[in-house]
Design a protein around this ligand. Structure first.
Ligand code: NAD
Ligand code: ZN
Length: 345
């Protein structure tokens, strides 16, 4: 089977490529290498790398030739710096996806398409009120956050809400440009599937961590930022009260989910998560425990960013039922190993 992996030189794409090659697939990678200094050394030599931008129509048309399945990982990631980034996100993620899909359409492709999506499509997580059942969270105000009132409250009775798992059927609510482009990527891919009959699956990754995660940049995930702090002998600075609940899923499991999705022909969106939620403070502690010798204790700063969501916890059931995917790397082992994993400069 010949598989095109877009963004295959990236953090997650690289692990997908590695597992596909190990399984005997013939892999072609299209990656602009914008996030890299040259081709990364972890790409298996058996994978064919085509250095090209996804918006390069000719290069993409050539790359889709002869492929049986597509795994679309390429994207401009992270939250960006400010709204000035909007055109860059739309170009890479929307126009890039559109160029890929049109190239597939021009060769009447009806094979498997798996696209990388994200938990950011949900915006806020899901909450339950003791009196009102499933409840919408009131937006958190600067006054609330400044006074340390971090937990979202019920719009109807203003009591503190309890978090519950987010399943794939909740209405999508992208809250930033990157999230909006991930929703659009899903929608464009599903439209392609409806028009052509190609079975499309969108994988909504939760907080991915593991070897080759990009280092400490404005775009890096919190696990990588905390790790860099520990390495510098500094205490990780934990925002709010550290009680924000997330699902940290290891990149090996995310790559396994992609292989499972490529093998299946199930159509729809699935969370890709560990099913083992932890707070950000627990994550800082588990990561610190992986370092040899004492490390500074995380500092809970009470700082906040208005745009942050309080809790996002995934329901992992659909991926289990639809794709037969369950995460295997435990939180404790994965985080301890992450303390010493190579990171991308
Ligand atoms: N890391 C996470 O926690 C996370 C969470 C949710 C979703 N995702 C999604 O997973 C996918 C992979 O993300 P990642 O964390 O591996 O990021 P990454 O930056 O390591 O990988 C993305 C790759 O895409 C390439 N790329 C970017 N724009 C391109 C373009 N226009 N043309 C060709 N190649 C291009 C980059 O060079 C890079 O190699 C993305 O679609 C992202 O939205 C990641
Ligand atoms: Zn209520």
């Amino acid at each position: 089977m010949r598989v095109l992996v877009t963004g295959g030189a990236g953090f997650i794409g690289g692990h997908v490529v590695e597992q596909l090659v190990a399984n005997g697939a013939d892999v072609v990678v299209v990656d602009s290498l914008t996030a890299h200094n040259g081709p990364p050394d972890y790409l298996p030599p058996a994978a064919e790398l085509r250095v090209a931008d996804l918006t390069d129509e000719r290069a993409v048309q050539q790359a889709v030739d002869g492929v049986d399945a597509v795994c679309h990982q390429a994207a401009r990631v992270g939250l960006g710096v400010d709204f000035d980034d909007v055109t860059g996100y739309v170009r890479d993620n929307d126009a890039g996806t559109a160029t890929l899909l049109r190239a597939l359409w021009r060769r009447s492709f009806t094979g498997r398409i798996v696209v990388a999506s994200s938990m950011v499509v949900y915006g806020e997580g899901r909450y339950r009120c003791a009196s009102h059942g499933m409840a919408q969270a009131q937006p958190r105000t600067v006054e609330d956050l400044g006074a340390g009132r971090f937990e979202p409250r019920c719009r109807r009775c203003h009591s503190v809400l309890a978090w519950t798992q987010v399943d794939e059927d909740v209405p999508l609510d992208p809250r930033n440009v990157y999230a909006a482009t991930k929703v659009h990527t899903e929608h464009l891919a599903f439209l392609y599937g409806r028009e052509t009959g190609a079975p499309v699956c969108a994988l909504r990754y939760h907080n991915v961590y593991g070897p080759r995660m990009p280092r400490d940049t404005p775009y890096a995930g919190v696990a990588s930022i905390f790790r860099s702090a520990y390495e510098a002998g500094l205490a990780p600075r934990v925002f709010e009260d550290g009680g924000q609940m997330r699902d940290f899923v290891h990149v090996h499991d995310v790559a396994r989910a992609n292989l499972a999705a490529l093998e299946s022909s199930w159509v729809g969106a699935c969370n890709v998560a560990s099913g083992e939620p932890h707070s950000v403070l627990e994550m800082a502690a588990a990561l610190g425990a992986g370092f040899r010798g004492p490390v500074p204790a995380p500092v809970v700063t009470g700082e906040f960013r208005l745009g942050d969501v309080r809790h996002v916890v995934a329901a992992p059931d659909r991926a289990a039922q639809a794709l037969g995917f369950r995460a295997e790397v435990s939180f404790g082992e994965g985080m301890a190993a992450f303390a010493h994993a190579p990171l991308r400069a």
